[in-house]
Design a protein around this ligand. Structure first.
Ligand SMILES: *[C@@H]1O[C@H](CO)[C@@H](O)[C@H](O)[C@H]1NC(C)=O
Ligand SMILES: *[C@@H]1O[C@H](CO)[C@@H](O)[C@H](O)[C@H]1NC(C)=O
Length: 342
């Protein structure tokens, strides 16, 4: 599974000029199990840092041990997939770190991915970083959780502060089966009448480009985009040439840079509750904060995705799969059974 030492050194040399990751990279290349974290970061009041709890902590129960091992397997798989499938290495700029939310109190960084329980995670981050105004995440209205400024992102720090946090904080991300996430985004943004901002901003453009003989009303409102038209918009090379994808359908690979940022916990929507509990336990907040289990956003399962994909031709299915391929590979999602790509 692990890369031989020589390969790592070579990689390290290639990366020698990275500016943000210069210091941080040492933590990726450290041999497995070597505790590089406790010599440099004395944690507040002698408490273990979340990283120490994850990598050096004694498991107190069988269940916790097996959960930690499964998190380790996901990290190994991600690292392996990154080495196999990414060729170009690029430099991260602070602008790339806009999705990383920082909690300095608990030495925690969360990369948020829309349509993967991100409202509830933002609520939890507000409770964790707050001054006690909220104790139950569900007391926070959903729209408040998305107000920029309520939470700090890593892009707001200086380069040395960024490096220090990337090296010493527990970093986590939550992912979801890519096409279920995509169908969920489509349903939420294009089939709900209240989402007029999305209809105007994206719907009108999609209909103009991808519907022949569109009615004037549809061109003006953009409120009845079909899934097929949405897919055509996504795979159209013009779309990404003109501007980056909206975050609701942008790939996790592009939002969170999982091959450049070493995530300690890769949580999955499919196992949301135990994975969320594990993060809270690692930061010692499992007694204080409960991850909301109700109020999950638009429910979408495999059967529903299959129904939506039924209308998509094999040609477009293949193009779409190629577009989201990295998210399938990096997070160990298998190619959906319903896909007809021949
Ligand atoms: C690191 O942690 C280990 C075990 O927790 C401890 O024995 C050791 O003294 C620590 N090293 C430093 C430099 O704090
Ligand atoms: C990857 O997926 C396969 C098939 O679903 C599963 O058996 C395996 O345990 C997964 N590996 C990891 C590291 O999650």
């Amino acid at each position: 599974m692990r890369m031989p030492r020589g390969g790592r050194v070579f990689l390290a040399m290639c990366l020698g000029s990275l500016f943000i990751l210069v210091l941080y990279f040492q933590s990726i290349t450290r041999p497995a199990g070597e505790p590089s974290v406790n010599k440099s970061i004395p944690h507040a009041k002698g408490r273990r840092s979340p990283l120490q709890t994850l990598y050096n902590g004694d498991p107190q129960s069988e269940l916790w041990l097996s959960q930690k091992l499964s998190l380790q397997d996901r990290r190994d798989l991600l690292e392996e997939a990154c080495l196999t499938h990414t060729r170009k290495r690029r430099v991260l700029s602070p602008e790339d770190l806009r999705h990383l939310i920082v909690d300095d109190k608990h030495s925690l960084i969360y990369c948020y991915v829309p349509k993967v329980a991100c409202t509830n995670w933002k609520r939890v981050m507000m409770v964790l970083t707050g001054d006690g105004r909220y104790s139950d995440p569900l007391d926070i209205p959903a729209n408040e959780a998305h107000v920029t400024g309520n939470l700090r992102t890593l892009s707001e720090y200086t380069v040395s502060e960024i490096n220090q946090r990337l090296r010493t904080y527990l970093k986590f991300v939550f992912v979801r089966e890519p096409f279920e996430r995509l169908v969920s985004a489509y349903r939420n943004k294009f089939t709900r009448s209240y989402n007029t901002a999305f209809h105007k901003r994206y719907g009108t453009k999609i209909i103009r480009r991808h519907r022949a003989d569109a009615e004037p009303d549809a061109l003006e409102k953009g409120s009845d985009v079909s899934f097929q038209e949405f897919v055509q918009y996504l795979v159209d090379p013009r779309t990404q040439r003109e501007e980056p994808f909206n975050e609701h359908w942008e790939r996790v690979h592009s939002l969170c840079h999982p091959c450049l940022i070493h995530y300690d916990v890769v949580g999955k929507y499919e196992t949301l509750e135990p994975d969320a509990q594990a993060v809270l336990r690692l930061i010692g907040a499992d007694g204080a904060v409960r991850f909301p289990t109700s109020g999950k956003s638009t429910r979408t399962d495999g059967d529903m995705s299959a129904r939506f994909f039924n209308d998509i031709s094999p040609f477009y299915q293949r193009k779409l799969f190629n577009l989201y391929r990295m998210d399938f590979l990096l997070f160990n999602y298998s190619t959906p059974q319903y896909l007809r790509t021949q």
